[in-house]
Design a protein around this ligand. Structure first.
Ligand code: NA7
Length: 548
């Protein structure tokens, strides 16, 4: 029932019919949920997805060892009481393959596929002010019109290809973790390099080391990583969790990060100030907890000196695991703990004790170029290789939409606006780009939370707003520029000194992308606080938005 279609076409421009009420870009967690909720509200919707399968992040990031850091019982849609009882997780923190299977299960059970067009990239979107509609151009050559567009494009979905000379000259196999071959890759007996030690590199390195004959880990910035508590769920555990789902949901929705179980390894631990704790006691924590000892202090989040002390404990813990002193030293980050998301790994540090695994510190010997035989370093060494895996990250939060030619009022390009300043009012709408909504956009808690919970919240909030507009007979909604600026200032004000520390080149800050404006993009006051604010705004008639 295309209610908005009739209104828009009739009231504004009867001559050019529209195809859908809402075009959704992407079919990961966000796109799939948007299809379902919008449909439930009687909106006609179509999602376009570049991949040849659904799943978004969990479709593309199929590298060995890919795994979520949220517990499975919370990393799922929370509003489907029947489906959650039907779905059986096997692990505490599921791997890519299981999450992808879960999303396919949901898509089948909710009959979502009929509204998803796969293998279709959105190439351009143009807003027509006269009719208040978007024209969306697709890689198939089709063009569709809709009053509204919901960008469910993901926060970590625009891969960065590193600017390394000769990248495509390599004669062996070149792979990227964020579009790893669907059929997998057999590293057995191969001489391999992994470039990048963020989450993707750190998760894949121990797994690749199992197969490779030689593994060179090319590290520019060392990682803060802790051993994953992942395990196969015990017999009867899943059933017990299922019985508890209503309570688990209540707790996760009340939590500041959409997960009451995140960081379970730290739960119940006392968090004294490290600066008030004698060194002997600090070291006792290393004895008991290993690298985790660095993370169990109350004062490291805001105090740089305390943070440095914790970093020294982290170094001490690594030294106790990694036998080679130089390697152990090189594995210690040069930036504060907490400025990037802590990684969970499965056997990362012990991997460096294997004879065939070699750490290359790119701060001492940078990559000069890739050559047909392998990688040439600044000291003249050429690492001879059969395969190179790039785990070099994403143009986060704004990259995916900026790469589409999105034109708002007066032909302004979203990519240009965001290159100056990555702003969105509440993280959900951008001034000058009416009727476009950004699920988990810059300025929303998104990547600091359980993404599934944040996605559900945004999709429902946006749908309520569309409902409200439908009732009021309105066709156009746009973020007010002043409200957007105020919100952006508020977001910046929430970020602490550690998160924006000058040595931190996190993707939260856009600092990992050459030339990108450095601004802390996620909202760090907590999902619960944010949701309250969003609810107030809805109750007050959506101040900060201009509606017509
Ligand atoms: P990340 O966390 O952005 O990590 C990318 C890594 O690649 C990081 O170590 C980078 O070093 C490194 N990198 C990037 N470009 C280069 C070049 N040119 N040469 C050498 N090394 C390079 O991406 P991930 O995919 O691992 O994880 C993204 C998120 O997904 C993660 O935070 C989780 O939330 C899930 P740098 O730090 O820039 O010095």
């Amino acid at each position: 029932m295309a209610v908005l279609e009739e209104e828009a076409a009739g009231a504004q421009d009867g001559s050019t019919p529209i195809d859908f009420d809402v075009v959704v870009v992407g079919a990961g967690f966000a796109g799939l949920y948007a299809i379902h909720v919008l449909r439930q509200h009687g909106f006609r919707v179509r999602a376009y997805e570049k991949g040849d399968g659904i799943g978004g992040t969990w479709f593309w990031n199929r590298y060995p060892g890919a795994r979520v850091d949220i517990q499975s019982c919370e990393y799922m849609f929370t509003k489907f009481a029947d489906l959650e009882q039907e779905w059986d997780w096997t692990e505490l923190m599921p791997a890519q393959e299981e999450i992808e299977r879960y999303l396919n299960f949901v898509a089948d059970r909710l009959d979502l596929r009929r509204d998803v067009q796969l293998e279709t990239t959105v190439t351009a979107m143009t807003f027509d002010e006269a009719t208040s509609t978007w024209t969306t151009e697709l890689s198939t050559g089709e063009t569709v019109r809709s009053p509204f567009v919901i960008a469910a494009t993901g926060c970590l979905s625009a891969p960065i290809e590193p600017a390394i000379e000769g990248l495509h000259d390599f004669a062996g196999d070149t792979m990227f973790t964020n579009r790893f071959p669907k059929e997998g890759y057999d590293f057995t007996g191969k001489r391999v390099a992994v470039v990048g030690t963020g989450s993707s590199g750190v998760q894949s390195i121990p797994v690749i080391a199992e197969q490779a004959s030689q593994l060179h880990v090319l590290q520019r910035s060392a990682a803060y990583t802790i051993p994953s508590p992942n395990r196969v769920l015990n017999e009867g555990e899943l059933e017990a969790l299922k019985a508890e789902y209503p309570e688990i949901r209540k707790a996760q929705w009340a939590s500041p990060i959409g997960s009451a179980r995140f960081g379970a390894v730290f739960q119940g631990m006392e968090l004294p100030n490290i600066l008030d704790t004698p060194l002997e006691e600090q070291l006792q924590r290393v004895d008991a907890l290993g690298v985790i000892a660095a993370f169990v202090w109350g004062d490291t989040r805001l105090d740089v000196e305390a943070n440095n002390a914790a970093r020294r404990l982290y170094a001490e813990a690594i030294k106790r695991i990694v036998h080679d002193p130089q390697t152990a030293e090189d594995l210690v980050p040069h930036y504060p703990l907490g400025c990037k998301r802590v990684i969970i790994d499965q056997g990362y540090f012990p991997t460096f004790n294997r004879d065939h695994v070699h750490l290359v510190n790119l701060r001492r010997t940078p990559i000069v170029r890739v050559v047909p035989e392998g990688i040439e370093l600044s000291d003249g060494t050429v690492l001879e290789l059969d395969a190179i895996v790039y785990a070099t990250g994403f143009d986060a939060m704004t990259g995916a939409l900026s790469r589409i030619d999105v034109r708002g009022r007066d032909g302004h390009r979203l990519g240009d606006e965001w290159a100056q300043s990555p702003k969105a009012y509440l993280g959900v709408a951008v001034a000058g780009f009416p009727n476009l909504f950004t699920v988990t956009g810059p300025g929303s808690p998104s990547v600091l939370t359980n993404m599934v919970t944040s996605i559900e919240h945004h999709v429902e909030w946006i749908t309520d707003l569309l409902e409200e507009m439908r009732s009021a007979g309105q066709h156009t909604i746009e973020a007010d520029a002043a409200a957007q600026d105020e919100w952006a200032d508020h977001v910046t004000g929430q970020a602490g000194p550690i998160q924006v520390h000058e040595s931190c080149n996190s993707w939260y800050l856009g600092a990992n992308v050459p030339g990108k404006t450095r601004a802390y993009m996620p909202y760090s006051a907590g999902l619960n606080v944010y949701m309250e604010r969003c609810a107030e705004i809805a109750a007050d008639g959506y101040p900060g938005f201009i509606r017509r």
